[in-house]
Design a protein. Structure first.
Length: 95
């Protein structure tokens, strides 16, 4: 059997599509998280405290429509831009 040499190719990322996909996923995650905060505020406060090794007992949520939309846009835009920057940097490192 003859030896077959396979040339390795470098995989480039489509930075715009990856950034957009990330923004969409983070937006959906924000919506789901906000729904949990509305449906079970105490449980979400306790879980959030556990996630950051803190005691949030005695604190409360402040989630109105303005905060919901500002958080949605902020998380979506910044997560998308961050992943776009990572993918762009990765592609440049391949060159």
């Amino acid at each position: 059997m003859p030896l077959v040499f396979i040339q390795e190719s470098e995989m480039r990322l489509d930075a715009v599509k990856l950034g957009l996909a990330t923004a969409i996923i983070f937006g959906v995650a924000w919506i789901i998280c906000s729904l949990f905060v509305i449906m079970a505020p105490g449980g979400m406060m306790q879980m959030s405290g556990h996630m950051v090794h803190s005691n949030f007992e005695g604190m409360g949520w402040s989630l109105d429509w303005t905060g919901f939309f500002v958080g949605l846009v902020t998380w979506s835009v910044f997560s998308g831009l961050s992943v776009w920057a990572i993918a762009t940097t990765y592609n440049r490192l391949l060159a």
